[in-house]
Design a protein around this ligand. Sequence first.
Ligand code: TYD
Ligand code: MG
Length: 419
Amino acid sequence: MEEVVQKEEKRAWKTDSNAVKKVTKPVRISQISNEKELRLDTQDQEFNRVLGGGIVPGSLILLGGEPGIGKSTLLLQIALKLAYKTLYVSGEESQKQIKMRADRIHPESENCYILTETKTQNIFQHISTVEPDLVIIDSIQTLHTDYIESAAGSISQIRESTAELIKFAKESSTPVILVGHITKDGAIAGPKILEHMVDTVLQFEGDRNYVYRILRSLKNRFGSTSELGIYEMQGSGLREVNNPSEVLISKNDQDLSGTAIAATVEGMRPLLIEIQALVSTAVYGTPQRSATGFNVKRLNMLLAVLEKRAGFKLAAKDVFLNITGGISVDDPAIDLAVLAAILSSNSDIPIEKGVCFAAEVGLAGEIRPVQRVDQRILEAEKLGFTAIYVSKNNKIGLKNTSINVQLVSKIEDVVKSLF
Ligand code: TYD
Ligand code: MG
């Protein structure tokens, strides 16, 4: 445990003397107003969606993500687009660096103020002169407060700085967005308590070598956590991807073997993704199995099922699997598309255009039902697909679809019908 030495001085946002003691009384639940809270429109549809419709006044939002994924870009972009006064506080970059980034992203903004400062007391002083409608802190790990004697980034500094910011946010109704660094194992660096203190925890993720980024909410006191935002990193900042299925499927005119389309659901959003497989005879003794964006253990399991239940000899083959766009998917409903891609590559027969899949595959080779099958079918239909393979055991509520819904119960059914 680190030693915490508290100093005597009064704290900027923690003075008890002038805090009005609010006495709350019990109120009948029926008498509590349920008027919708006003929210700040960020002008970014993806960001609004993930928050549940914009930023709630006085709320604290923590945005986590690996270094270089685009957290600063996303927040600066929002600050520049916003029709309200924003104070962007950076402890990581100089004003010049931020200006250079801003020049790439968006034309001039008269509402965005940049401050490079790490001491909370000074930040609050500037806040009281600028009077911003939104404060962005990049990052919480760089802040330090005078009231605690330990290094910036230490657990007690992070906790104390966050507490001061929460107090400010709640008292002034000004929302605050904090950037939080992520450790190697994916947790937000600093105390776990940070995540309990804030109202909303967002995570920005993706593969840095690819252009797509996903914004998820891990906790949200003001909305659902199943919404998802998708962006594309471009030379001029992050572009909102409002119709993700269209970009995640490559528009190849030739029929290529080894690719199959899966109708997946990420959060609440149906999403069509492309799966590519390459099956080739192993050159060395032990065959290689590798997967990007998909669990290798699951891949091995599916290969074993193919071997045992459908009689395909894949034990001596290398199998490579790739989900295009650099996104990773753990929706079991893409199993069937993974198998179809593998079989297509193995036989070198392309899967017919316009066909997609939405089913889980069990250990006995049975095709299992998936959640929200109707949503998946509708998305596939919307994008012009002509056939979708789903489990016979899936209850389908849709009527009069123009897409051909193929009900299958065993891998053999699929193989017979495809190849
Ligand atoms: P950054 O926002 O600095 O990441 P974080 O704050 O999460 O560490 O983004 C870093 C990457 O984004 C960097 O490698 C450059 C790239 N980038 C673009 O591709 N286009 C752009 O317009 C900007 C501003 C950055
Ligand atoms: Mg940054």
